[in-house]
Design a protein around this ligand. Sequence first.
Ligand code: PLP
Length: 417
Amino acid sequence: MHHFQYKGNELYAEDVAVREIVEKVGTPLYLYSHATLERHYRAMDEAFAAVPHTICYSMKANSNLAVLKTFFGLGGGVDIVSGGELYRALAAGVEPCKVVYSGVGKKDDEIEYALNTGILMFNVESEEELDRIDMIAGRLGKKAGIAIRVNPDVDPETHPYITTGLKKAKFGINIERSLEQYRRAARMANLDVMGIDCHIGSQLTKVSPFVDTIKKLKRLIEGVRESGINLRYFDLGGGLGITYSDEAPPLPAEYGAAITAETKDLGLHLLFEPGRNLVGNAGIMVAKCLYVKRGEEKNFVIVDAAMNDLARPSLYGSYHGVQAVRKDQEGVTVADIVGPICESGDFLAKDREVPSFRQGDLVAFMSAGAYGFAMSSNYNSRPRAVEVMVKGDAFVVVRDRETYGDLVRGERIPDFL
Ligand SMILES: *Cc1c(COP(=O)(O)O)cnc(C)c1O
């Protein structure tokens, strides 16, 4: 459920007409609904009400400060994957003790930054990383909280690019080698081995891969405990899917019930790293129709947003619903919706039955709150879109549209030219 609904023929974001926002800030535009963000966070939080838990929002899905602040205000923390994300999270007021740090390629300066900040723990993804963190913590005179990200070799049955928990993936430490690495970590002077972590993939539409993973990890947890290691946290990662088109992922309550049943006797504090599930349907992207090109073989609706603004369709062939901001078009057309970028891969929707858009019409791309703006780039020297948050009948620009000046900031022409 989300708060982008029609009132009469007009698409609204909560109590504001989308058209009214476009008149103020232009297109392309990312629009987030505060009520939807809050609703999704609370649904996840309530799903685990029976067990001690913390929701560490996976901020790579959408790292806008206003989005972060919304979740921090509700008691959330973050899962970060870079020093830049830590900087953003701190700027939005995160409590350091609610930060977990994942990622296969943490750099020395990033590890140092996280240790000096006092984050809860590092989710360690390789044997060498254990040594690295131990060494840096020793140098700083700190104790580093760590969990091992275990690769459980479970198939999440999702898109190959967002599958992370199979043996062939680059992520985590193989489950068969994990116990040995736990024992090794426990002997390191500057590590506090406090948790176990996994994250098997994204956009999962079933509960069973999560449950299979937990069952596998429970055997490992036993072994770790028998080795005298005091585990306190079980980080279950993120990955719960959303409805883009006709997918029917489990509701947070079902996901919560299944996981709670499997974990409640472990005596561990659960951590979750949802990304897409919290923000995906809480955002839309709005573009303006520039031209309509009718061809013999295909029709094209050319809009002022492109693959640099919303990369998912060209990157993964992903589906985003397409809706008219004002439903006054007569009839429907089968068309590709494409952007101005000089690449054939620059499409936002393919062979789609859409309202018969005309020049100047506003087009909404639904479910664009996750991996939307966050994956945007300046390709073709296109300034990145403006971001707006709506709450009730108010809306605020939460990131300015980039200017041409922004495009060349930091560049210089050498004297020898
Ligand atoms: C991307 C990622 C997530 C979030 O995945 P979603 O599918 O958006 O919930 C969580 N944890 C880790 C380690 C990730 O890389």
